[in-house]
Design a binder for this molecule. Structure first.
Ligand code: SF4
Length: 104
């Protein structure tokens, strides 16, 4: 999930529209994939569905995203706790991590 509007709104400074850095970026991770994120310019609230919401609107955007795999890899590596990343909600990512641990 990557938030960047193409142009600042009235009264905003440029720094206000640049995507926030991920909370925990694994050392050495190349984050250039964010520049091709399909969610750029999309209202961030779409990627933060309520807990009972399956996040279908965000997932539909992610489904056609050219950097979906890199996004999911980042979210898993950084242990992103919230939002839809790589087409998966936080709950789905936790389940995936558990499955990966069991099969390791
Ligand atoms: S996979 Fe989804 S959340 Fe990740 S960069 Fe693409 S559109 Fe954004």
């Amino acid at each position: 999930m990557f938030f960047m509007r193409e142009t600042p709104e009235a009264g905003e400074t440029l720094t206000a529209v640049v995507a926030p850095a991920p909370k925990a970026t694994p050392i050495g991770e190349d984050l250039d994939w964010r520049l091709r994120a399909r969610c750029r310019g999309v209202d961030p609230i779409v990627f933060h569905p309520a807990e009972a919401d399956p996040g279908d609107e965000a997932k539909a955007i992610c489904a056609l995203c050219p950097v979906k795999d890199a996004c999911l890899d980042h979210a898993l590596a950084a242990r992103e706790k919230d939002g839809v990343w790589g087409g998966m909600t936080a709950i789905e990512r936790r389940r995936l991590i558990r499955r990966m641990r069991r099969s390791a």
